[in-house]
Design a protein around this ligand. Sequence first.
Ligand code: AMP
Length: 288
Amino acid sequence: MRVVRSISAMQRLARQWQRGGARIGFVPTMGYLHEGHLSLVREARTRVSHSGKVVVSIYVNPMQFAPTEDLSRYPRDLKRDLANCRKLGVNAVFVPSDTAMYPGRAEGNYSTYVVEETLAGRMEGASRPTHFRGVTTVVAKLFNIVLPDIAVFGAKDWQQAAIIKRMVSDLNFPVKIIVAPTVRETDGVAMSSRNKYLVGNLRPQAVVLSHSIKLARELVKASAKPVSAVRLNTTVAKIVSAAPDARLDYVEFFDPETLLPQKQVTRGSHMALAVFVGKTRLIDNGRL
Ligand code: AMP
């Protein structure tokens, strides 16, 4: 397994593989890898087969964090991440530095961004206004560096995956986007690097997100008619407020493809929510 730190070396390696006829499958991450990330790596391997190459990037992208967010304390464990990638037969791990990715940014000499203007405004985008601009910009850069044929993203970040698909389609990136299912802990909590922040009695309270999705799904399933989003919203707010340290940021019901909000919710509608558990902001989503 190659550990590549420079952009030009990664591009050279990708071109060399492509000249040899290998397809490249890519999994972008911020590291501190868990089973959710590893499931994406396995999916990438399946898609490109054994003749192909799998690349994982590990980069905590400062551009997608607001100044008030957890950039400096975001969990990191490169040694363990590399060992996990090696075990899964990853061909290269791309680990760039901030100065490689954004030379001159600290001095104000970075000024080109990729901005998706429709899907990125609501939900996560409403709560974190510059977040998706950071995500689309870094993913566009990573696509130009890793030159993948396919890239795998997690359904855990449903809105992010929809925005990336839109960017790829709008800007003609020659990359096929695969969205792989959310991997959960046994109690239903979606795996996330940020779960590390949930110490003591906070961790059990994180179940309010998956419980809310489950209950909304049951209500929709049991009803012969569409269920109003207002009613579901009240139900979710109740579940969340029953946990002493949980606070609902938003819950939305929407079309899974267009992300357009729905006032009447039916089976096949999608639901997403963000909840603060203590100071940690968690997100989850699911099909109803
Ligand atoms: P992150 O390191 O949080 O930026 O996530 C990197 C990729 O892993 C993104 O495509 C996420 O959607 C995906 N991911 C994160 N958590 C999970 C999970 N529990 N199940 C599946 N994919 C996930």
